[in-house]
Design a protein around this ligand. Structure first.
Ligand SMILES: [Zn+2]
Length: 112
């Protein structure tokens, strides 16, 4: 298996993600979205889905549209102390990430 290039930013993001279940803001978001045993409502399409089809979304996004700012900003947004954490079904979260990535590419182009 080819080893990926060492990327400290990706390392921090992956490590934070793995511990996300420990965040009080995430438990709160899950409680808010719960519609039955193991069932949650997506904030975007309002569909009720099982836990395994659910993803967490940060608003504003952890990585700003204008690109990575610094570790402090990324970690603060991830902790959700000043941002909102919501739950979305996988297709909605994928679509949102796609929109954000497109906006990031646009923003990079403008910066050049
Ligand atoms: Zn949805």
């Amino acid at each position: 298996m080819a080893r990926r290039k060492w990327d400290p930013r990706q390392f921090v993001l992956n490590t934070l993600k793995r511990k996300s279940y420990m965040l009080p803001a995430i438990s709160a978001a899950l409680d808010k979205a719960r519609r039955g045993f193991g069932l949650y409502e997506c904030v975007e399409c309002r569909q009720v889905v099982a836990r395994k089809n659910l993803e967490k979304d940060h608003e504003p996004p952890v990585i700003p549209i204008t690109g990575w700012d610094d570790y402090n900003g990324v970690i603060e947004r991830w902790l959700g102390e000043r941002s909102e954490i919501r739950v979305m079904c996988k297709p909605c979260h994928k679509a949102k990430s796609k929109r954000e990535n497109a906006a990031r590419r646009q923003s990079r182009k403008r910066a050049k």
